[in-house]
Design a protein around this ligand. Sequence first.
Ligand code: ADP
Ligand code: MN
Ligand code: MN
Ligand code: MN
Length: 349
Amino acid sequence: MILKAEYVWIDGHEPWGLRSKVKVISNFSNADLDSVLSGDVSSLPEWGFDGSSTLQADGDDSDCLLKPVYATRDPLRDENSILVMCEVLNADGSVHATNKRAALDGLIAGHSLDQLDPWFGIEQEFTIIDDGRPLGFPANGYPAPQGMYYCSAGGDRAFGREISDDHMEACIEAGIAITGTNAEVMPGQWEYQVGGPGIGAKLVSDQLWISRWLLLKIAEAYGMTVTFDAKPMLGDWNGAGAHTNFSTNTMRADGGMKVIEEACEKLGTQEARDRHLAAYGTGTELRLTGAHETCSWDEYKYGIADRTASIRIPRGVANDGKGYLEDRRPNANCDPYEVTRVLLETCCT
Ligand code: ADP
Ligand code: MN
Ligand code: MN
Ligand code: MN
């Protein structure tokens, strides 16, 4: 077959952008496609790009390498099409500074963390942008104040449902572990979740990046775009986060509540707080103000069912005495390779 493989990578901008280019590979075998889609991407060639156009290299030495690490079916093209998440390498094959996946990989291998069977579920919030402003905001002035938009229905309050729904279908078709969607508190703002039971750090992150890319491409077809900005509208409007739900086998076993509380204590040291906020994306001070269901960035607390805490232990988890914790601090524009790495580093090493 002729395979169309869209190689996706994270660029060098702050905050990041996603880039992609399509490789047309002739004589690709069905057997190779089957193994690629079941997790062995070794039959996909490395590729290169012009790093001087993405803030990843200088013009006089501009070649960067793309190393395939994860692939899915491309739900937006025909059945001979795939999406390929890539790590970026320097021309000499060393890890590029923007490549945070390599460090996550190294931490997991170095501490044999697979033994703990860590699971992650990430709640990705985002804002649909139409004509330079969040969908649902008028050209002049403001929409009605927040209160009626969260999980709403109706043309006067739910803005952009087609994009959220198309994206959910695309993720399911691609085999991404999407677990739900909802309209959020600010007009034009939505959430979907990726991960959960059985999904580890690298897989949830690879899938989240591909899901973000799909979301951008789907919005593009509507003549709109999406921002992952942590605080797209200043003032009395909710920001956008990426709550990260996390568990290990000991947290999920009987007596796990004690392990969860120990993890919350480790996360509360000043050293850990600084290291985590540095890894949780940009716009922290604007978003984590203490209002709008957040805990202020310069405070730390954890609590059961507490949406004003840094870390929430869900009510059901407290009732069962085992389960998982929710770190509410990561921003919507976080790099999940970094978020999952620091959580593993602090709680499991
Ligand atoms: P919230 O109540 O905070 O809005 P959501 O339902 O949006 O929570 O997201 C919770 C996420 O946590 C889901 O993606 C779910 O799959 C994931 N999750 C559930 N159990 C676990 C677990 N034991 N470890 C890690 N993630 C989990
Ligand atoms: Mn949620
Ligand atoms: Mn939410
Ligand atoms: Mn949440």
